[in-house]
Design a protein around this ligand. Structure first.
Ligand SMILES: [Zn+2]
Length: 295
C-alpha cells in the first residue's frame, strides 16, 4: 500500500494521547518507525485551527523546519470555524496560520470551503496546496470549496475523501464525480472542473499536494503506481469519451488491477497480498469495542 500517515496533534485529550506533549512524542515515534519506508510517509497533522493553540503551532513549525516535514490541516471548513477564529483571534484562520509562519509549499490545506479573495491571494503567494473533499462538505452541510476560483487561479489542487468520521466511505471515484458535477455554476456555463481536471486532482495533483514527486505520472524514474480499469464493464458501455466516462460513469468497481511500486496488489478484482476475512474481522472487533466504550 502507498500511504502518507497524518500524525495527529490536538490540544485536548483523546484515546490516542492525553496531552500535547504526548501527541508530539507519539508523532515522532511513529515518524521514526516509518523513516525510510519505501511506500509509507508521514506528515504532521495538527487537527484544525480551533483545536490547536498558538504555542503548539509554533512548536510544530520549529519541528517541521528541523525535520523538513510536511503538514496537513483541516482549514476554513465551516462557518463555525470562521466565527470562532474571528472571535478568539480577531482574524481568519489562514491569516493566523500565516502570522505563525505555517503557510508554505509543504502545507496541505484540506477543505478551504471559505475562501475570500485575500485568502486566495495568500494561498497563491505562499504556494501551499489545497485538497477539496466535496462529499464530506456535503454531508456536514458546510457548503463547497469554490472550485472555479481555485482552478482558474492555478492553486495546487488535490481531491480527497476526508476522514471516516465525516464521510462513510473513502471512495475517491465518488469524490471525482461529485466535484465535477458541483463545479457547474449555471446551465449556461460549462463545469469549472473538466473530467481531465478531476482525474489530475486525484493523481498528479494529489502526488504534488502530498509532496511525493516519485509518483503521480507514468514516467522514467517514477514508481509505476497505477490502476487498470475494465473498459468493457457494463457501466462503461458504450464507450465514447474515456476521461468523461471514467469520471461520470466509472467507479471503483471497474478497477480490475492495481500496482504500487511495482507490486501487484489487486489482480483480476482480487487482493493479492491481504487475506480479507481477518481484516474484516479486525474492523468488526473495533466497531464492537467502540460501541461498548461509547459514552
Ligand atoms: Zn475534515
Amino acid at each position: 500500500m502507498r500511504a502518507v500517515i497524518g500524525l495527529p496533534i490536538i490540544d485536548r485529550a483523546t484515546p490516542w494521547a492525553a496531552n500535547t506533549n504526548e501527541y508530539f512524542s507519539k508523532a515522532l515515534r511513529v515518524r521514526d518507525e516509518y523513516q525510510g519506508h519505501p511506500t509509507i510517509d508521514t506528515v504532521f497533522a495538527p487537527h484544525a485551527p480551533y483545536s490547536v493553540r498558538d504555542d503548539t503551532f509554533k512548536r510544530l513549525r520549529t519541528l517541521s523546519d528541523e525535520l523538513d516535514a510536511g503538514i496537513c490541516i483541516h482549514l476554513q471548513e465551516s462557518a463555525g470555524e470562521m466565527a470562532f477564529s474571528e472571535k478568539t483571534h480577531g482574524c481568519r484562520p489562514i491569516e493566523r496560520l500565516e502570522s505563525l509562519g505555517l503557510l508554505r509549499p509543504g502545507l496541505n490545506a484540506i477543505h478551504m470551503v471559505h475562501l475570500s479573495e485575500s485568502d486566495l491571494a495568500a494561498v497563491q503567494r505562499t504556494g501551499l496546496s489545497v485538497t477539496v473533499c466535496p462529499e464530506s462538505n456535503l454531508k456536514l452541510g458546510n457548503g463547497q470549496a469554490p472550485f472555479a476560483q481555485l482552478r482558474s487561479s492555478g492553486v495546487r489542487l488535490a481531491i480527497g475523501t476526508d476522514g471516516a468520521a465525516s464521510n462513510n466511505d473513502q471512495d475517491l471515484w465518488a469524490e471525482m464525480k461529485l466535484a465535477a458535477l458541483l463545479s457547474r455554476p449555471t446551465p449556461e456555463e460549462p463545469p469549472a472542473l473538466t473530467p481531465w481536471d478531476v482525474l489530475a486532482m486525484a493523481t498528479c495533483g494529489a502526488a504534488d499536494a502530498l509532496n511525493l514527486p516519485c509518483i503521480g505520472v507514468l514516467a522514467a524514474d517514477k514508481w509505476a503506481d497505477l490502476c487498470c480499469l475494465d473498459l468493457s464493464a457494463p457501466a462503461m458501455q458504450p464507450l465514447y469519451d474515456i476521461p468523461a466516462q471514467l469520471v461520470y460513469s466509472g467507479g471503483r468497481d471497474c478497477v480490475s488491477d492495481v500496482w504500487v511500486a511495482g507490486r501487484q496488489l489487486v489482480a483480476d478484482y482480487k487482493l493479492t497480498r491481504l487475506d480479507w476475512a481477518p481484516v474484516a474481522a479486525r474492523a468488526q472487533s473495533w466497531a464492537t469495542r467502540i460501541l461498548q466504550e461509547a459514552p
